[in-house]
Ligand binder design. Structure first.
Ligand code: ZN
Length: 398
């Protein structure tokens, strides 16, 4: 079975490429998924060079100038040179190399170019982190970025955040429910509204409806109860809003299609990872009831359509329960097509796996449900004794 461990460039810089690869190779995995382009965050790194690691919105290589010539958006450069020699070092060990790429989550670009970020139903650009996939400059950037990573000599480009994101305010003392939060997170920038209008949706009516509903909750009315489903959304916000939400998938599908073609033209392949599994279970490994594949539409991700365009998919199986992991993998395969490669991304320790047995059970569940690969997230975030659970999980998945 195919497998990999997610690795950050800070891990490679801290411990050195050879030492990290020796350790990872020792787990018995067949590959390494390296964070070639990442977003800003601060992480506890138990065996890192520093125990708290500050990451930046950055590409950790020198972007080929010809790919970005004439483009307004260029990736901020981080630890240029951090990946030098990595492809060769992987090849010497018989390890595949995958280039993990965070696409549209980049506050540095968003602050620099606010006009390319998402705009809510009130007309505010409140999420500098989120670049809008409908903006032509963002789309050009995504294609060039994908080509750049493919040229690093990777087997695949692993795409994260190549879709819309949910609204993520850091504080809210207003009890917004899932439904109101969803409406608050819809982008109504000029490009999104134009694309929806072209598909026959009354975009302005949808925007007014959203602003009315969310505005009333912000004014003190009780929020809607229950999870977001198309039926509940239709009842709460009306058909025009649902039609607007559905129109977002055309924006994402066409963008992913362009990126997949660009990656293939460079001799690599695209692994599409949608964030729904993380939205559901990131914090505690207790995902909300709907399976990730069934709720991916909320981010504009149409898995059935993408199944015809993308060779491989990663499922963020961030769950404690092995049965849930299996259910998520199975639902994914039914959506994208049984002949597609589905990779289950597992967290070997906190908060999903409290023992080696639990991780083994999840790897077994993923395989039984049809996963072609298991990936482990992530080297620098998990203590060594937790990473030492990986060989047993792989033995079970063979
Ligand atoms: Zn937009």
């Amino acid at each position: 079975m195919d497998s990999s461990v997610y690795v950050f460039v800070e891990d490679l810089r801290g411990e050195g490429v050879e030492r990290v690869l020796d350790r990872i190779g020792g787990y018995g995995v067949t590959g390494v998924t390296v964070g070639a382009v990442h977003h800003a965050c601060r992480d506890v790194t138990p065996h890192g060079l520093s125990r708290l690691t500050v990451r930046h919105d950055a590409a950790h290589f020198t972007p080929p100038p010809e790919l970005f010539a004439g483009l307004r958006l260029k990736p901020p450069t981080g630890h240029a040179g951090a990946l030098d020699g990595l492809a060769e070092a992987c090849a010497r060990r018989g390890l595949k190399l995958h280039g993990w790429t965070v696409f549209l989550r980049n506050a540095t670009l968003g602050v620099r170019h606010p006009d390319v970020t998402v705009r809510d139903c009130f007309g505010d650009r409140g999420s500098p982190t989120d670049l809008c996939p409908a903006h032509p400059d963002v789309r050009d950037y995504a294609v060039a970025l994908a080509r750049s990573v493919a040229r690093l000599g990777v087997d695949s480009v692993v795409a994260e955040a190549l879709h819309f994101n949910p609204q993520q305010a850091e504080r809210s003392f207003v009890p917004l429910g899932p439904m109101d939060t969803y409406l608050f997170g819809l982008c109504f920038c000029d490009y999104c509204m134009r694309r929806a209008t072209d598909l026959g949706v009354n975009a302005e009516a949808a925007r007014e409806e959203c602003a009315g509903i969310v505005g009333r909750v912000l004014d003190g009315e009780p929020p809607a109860q229950g999870e977001v489903t198309r039926a509940a959304l239709t009842a709460y916000a009306g058909p025009e809003v649902v039609a607007y939400a559905r129109a977002r998938s055309e924006t994402v599908t066409t963008l992913v299609s362009e990126v997949a073609s660009a990656v293939a033209a460079e001799g690599a392949r695209l692994v599409f990872v949608d964030s729904t599994g993380a939205v559901k279970g990131y914090t505690d490994g207790l995902p909300t009831p709907g399976l990730a594949a069934h709720d991916a539409w909320q981010l504009g991700v149409d898995l059935v359509a993408l199944g015809d365009l993308v060779p491989a998919f990663g499922v963020l199986a961030y769950a404690r329960d092995a049965a849930r992991v299996a259910d998520d993998v199975g639902a994914y395969l039914r959506s994208v097509g049984k002949d597609r490669e589905v990779r289950a991304v597992l967290r070997p320790g906190h908060p999903d796996s409290d023992s080696a047995d639990r991780l083994v059970a999840k790897a077994r569940g993923a395989k039984a449900a049809g996963a072609a690969a298991v990936d482990f997230y992530a080297y620098g975030l998990a203590p060594h004794p937790v990473l030492d659970r990986i060989p047993a999980a792989l033995a079970e998945a063979q």
